[in-house]
Write a protein that binds this ligand. Structure first.
Ligand code: 6GU
Length: 249
């Protein structure tokens, strides 16, 4: 639900998410809230009661838009659908993270409500919103980009959306560890060589090196994550030896 549907369809219609839609693995409908206004000038916002800066999005177009979407879902499912989660994108929400993406990827239907101007009439939020979500502690002009970020993060977890090469299996945030460094040809570039172990063909050694790199990289760049990572006894011992080293990466 947005006042700028083409922003969503243009951005997500390309690349991996676009391909997933073409393959019918996910569906995306950017619904224009303005289509549901009863105002003869097609207005969807008004001045805030009590005064103050900016405009507030009115409850009526949003709630009618929501009801129309629910009816679409019921029609598609051929029965009265249970209430889908409605995610309101707002800097006042819980901060989005990978676990939340995994949880939301289990849902059959999701509705994202994108606000603009100074906000949305609280009564609309009370009536339809189930989750308030922020994408981080900074302020944006609207909820569209946060919604797209969430849709991208959630969609790539839907089975079949990523192919083998893009597979989500080994990557950042798996285990709360960051991804290890990657290299491709040539073996030497600007005098910098690819780490020898990667040219060795010794798979066990390569796996061990990558695991080490993941751990060290997380320690260096995201120490807050490392405290939540599951490390073996041996790895914890090994990591202690790097405790006072801060020039490795
Ligand atoms: Cl979800 N919306 C807006 N407008 N700003 C944000 C945000 C959301 N998350 C962080 N900043």
């Amino acid at each position: 639900m947005t006042l700028f549907p083409e922003m969503i369809t243009n951005a997500l219609g390309t690349s991996i998410i676009g391909r997933a839609m073409e393959h019918g693995l996910i569906g995306l409908h950017a619904v224009n809230i303005r289509d549901y206004t009863l105002d003869k000038h097609k207005r969807v916002d008004d001045y805030p009661y009590g005064g103050g800066a900016g405009m507030v999005m009115q409850a009526q177009p949003i709630c009618d838009c929501y009801q129309a979407i629910r009816e679409e879902i019921s029609k598609k499912q051929g029965r009265k659908a249970r209430s889908p989660r409605v995610i309101y994108l707002t800097p006042q929400g819980q901060v989005f993270h990978q676990k939340m993406a995994e949880e939301l990827a289990q849902e059959e239907e999701l509705i994202f409500l994108c606000g603009h101007y100074e906000g949305i009439d609280e009564r609309a939020l009370e009536l339809i919103v189930t989750d308030h979500v922020s994408i981080g502690d900074y302020v944006l002009t609207g909820g569209e980009m946060p919604a797209m970020i969430m849709i991208d993060a959630i969609s790539r977890l839907v089975p079949g959306v990523l192919n083998n090469k893009e597979s989500a299996e080994f990557e950042s945030f798996q285990d709360n560890l960051l991804e290890y460094p990657q290299y491709t040809r040539p073996e030497e570039y600007e005098g910098k060589r690819v780490p020898e172990v990667l040219l060795s063909g010794h798979h066990a050694k390569i796996e061990a090196w990558r695991r080490e790199q993941s751990i060290l990289r997380t320690k260096e760049r995201r120490p807050d994550l490392l405290s939540q990572a599951k490390l073996s006894e041996k790895e914890q011992e090994w990591l202690k030896r790097w405790e006072d080293v801060d020039f490795v990466l």
